[in-house]
Design a protein around this ligand. Structure first.
Ligand code: ZN
Ligand code: ZN
Length: 385
C-alpha cells in the first residue's frame, strides 16, 4: 500500500542529554532537539495486519495537523520544529476516519463495515496515570502518526478500544464522504473539548468567552463554545481567512490582534467586566496571556491548549484579586470526550465541516502539508481512498 513516510536523522543537539528512556526506545522526548534533516515522501510500504485486539481500517479522510507541518519545517540547524514525542521513520497522519475492513479475534463491538474514527493517543491502561484516570498523561504513550504508523496511508491497524463509531454521521450528513470528513475532525475537536470542559470545567451559559488563535483547534473551540451557550464569543487571529472561518462557526466578533489592543477590546465589549473564559489556541502565550490577565473577569478561567515551549511572565496578583484560574491541557482521550463530541455533531448542533478549506489525494499529501504551512487554511483534508 501507499503511505506518507517521514524519516529523519537521529542526531541529538550538542548539550542535549539523552535519557535512558530515549536510548532504549529510540523515541525522542523533545523531537526538535534530536531529529535532523527530515524527508517526507509517499512510498510503498507494507499493508498492516491487525492483531487480535485490533481492527484494520481503510482510511477515508485524514486531516493535516499543525504538528505535521512542524515535522517537515526545520530551524537553521536543520532540526524539525515539533518539540514532542517522536520516533522515525514512521507514517504521519493522526486525525482520521475510515471503514473497518477486518477485525481481530478478540474484537467484540466492531464489525466490518462500521464507520469509525480513533484516538491518536495510544494510552497503555496499566501505568499509574492511566489507572488514576489520566490517559492523556500515560507514561507508556504511543502516538499514531508520531511514534507508530499513522493514517496518511491506505490502511491503518488500530486497537479496537481506541476506535469510536460514527455510523450515525451518514444519516446526519446524507453523504458518506462528508460523514468521513466530519469524522476526521473529531480528534482535533476533542483536543478543544478536553481543554474547555474536561480540564477547565467549562463556563455557565451566557458567559463571555474570548479565544486567541483560530487555527483548527481555535475554530473547533469556537464551534464548541457556541454550542455550549456562550453569551458572546470574541476571537483574535492574525489571518483574515481564518477570521472569516471563525465567524462562520460561531464567533460574534473577530479581530486582528496586531491591529487592536485585545484586552481593551474585551473590556469594552464586556462592559468592563472582562471575559469569563479564555482559550489560548495561538501557541503564543508570551503575547496572549498578558492580554488575558488584563481582561480577566472575577472568577475567570484561562485554558492553555496551544503549544509553546517557553516561559511566560504572569502577574499572579491578578489571579488572586480576581479569583482567576489557569489550566494546562494536553490530549483528547478519556473523560467522555469522544462520545460527547460525536453526539454533539450527530445532533446537528456542531458542524465543523465549514472549516475544511482544501482536499488532496494521498499522492499529493506532501503538497497539502506545504500549503498548510502558510497558516491561512482552516483544515486541509487528505482523502486516501
Ligand atoms: Zn493533531
Ligand atoms: Zn498508561
Amino acid at each position: 500500500m501507499k503511505g506518507l513516510v517521514l524519516d529523519a536523522e537521529w542526531k541529538p543537539r550538542e548539550g542535549y542529554l539523552l535519557s535512558d528512556f530515549e536510548r532504549q526506545t529510540g523515541k525522542a522526548i523533545t523531537g526538535s532537539s534530536v531529529w535532523q534533516h527530515p524527508t517526507l515522501a509517499v512510498r510503498q510500504v507494507e499493508k498492516p495486519q491487525p492483531g487480535p485486539d485490533q481492527v484494520l481500517i481503510r482510511v477515508k479522510s485524514c486531516g493535516v495537523c499543525g504538528s505535521d507541518i512542524h515535522f517537515s519545517e526545520t530551524d537553521k540547524d536543520g532540526y524539525i520544529l515539533y518539540p514532542g514525542l517522536t520516533k522515525f521513520p514512521t507514517i504521519l497522519g493522526h486525525e482520521f476516519s475510515g471503514v473497518v475492513e477486518e477485525v481481530g479475534k478478540q474484537v467484540k463491538d466492531l464489525v466490518p463495515g462500521d464507520m469509525v474514527t480513533a484516538e491518536e493517543m495510544i494510552w497503555c491502561g496499566y501505568c499509574i496515570q492511566c489507572r488514576n484516570g489520566f490517559p492523556n498523561h500515560c507514561e507508556n504513550l504511543e502516538e499514531i502518526g508520531f511514534t507508530i504508523p499513522g493514517a496518511f496511508a491506505e490502511y491503518i491497524a488500530v486497537g479496537a478500544k481506541y476506535c469510536w463509531k460514527i455510523n450515525e454521521f451518514r444519516d446526519v450528513f446524507g453523504s458518506e464522504d462528508k460523514a468521513y470528513e466530519v469524522g476526521a475532525l473529531t480528534e482535533p475537536t476533542c483536543v478543544s473539548y478536553n481543554g474547555i470542559f474536561a480540564r477547565a470545567g467549562g463556563f455557565s451559559p451566557g458567559a463571555y468567552v474570548a479565544i486567541f488563535g483560530a487555527g483548527p483547534i481555535g475554530l473547533a473551540a469556537t464551534g464548541l463554545v457556541r454550542a455550549a451557550g456562550a453569551g458572546k464569543i470574541l476571537v483574535f487571529e492574525v489571518s483574515p481567512e481564518r477570521r472569516a472561518l471563525a465567524k462562520k462557526v460561531g464567533a460574534d466578533q473577530v479581530y486582528d490582534p496586531r491591529e487592536v489592543n485585545p484586552s481593551e477590546v474585551i473590556l469594552d465589549l464586556t462592559s468592563g467586566q472582562g471575559a469569563d473564559f479564555f482559550v489560548e489556541a495561538a501557541g503564543a502565550p508570551q503575547l496572549t496571556i498578558p492580554e488575558m490577565e488584563k481582561s480577566l473577569a472575577v472568577n475567570g478561567k484561562i485554558v492553555q491548549i496551544g503549544r509553546a515551549a517557553q516561559r511566560v511572565p504572569m502577574y499572579l496578583e491578578t489571579f488572586q484579586v480576581r479569583r482567576g484560574q489557569f489550566y494546562g491541557s494536553q490530549g483528547h482521550s478519556g473523560h467522555g470526550n469522544f462520545p460527547n463530541v460525536i453526539r454533539l455533531v450527530a445532533s446537528g448542533r456542531l458542524d465543523l465541516s465549514l472549516i475544511i478549506t482544501a482536499r488532496y489525494s494521498l499522492d499529493d499529501v506532501v503538497e497539502g502539508i506545504a500549503q498548510s504551512g502558510a497558516r491561512r487554511h482552516g483544515k486541509i483534508m487528505v482523502l486516501p481512498n
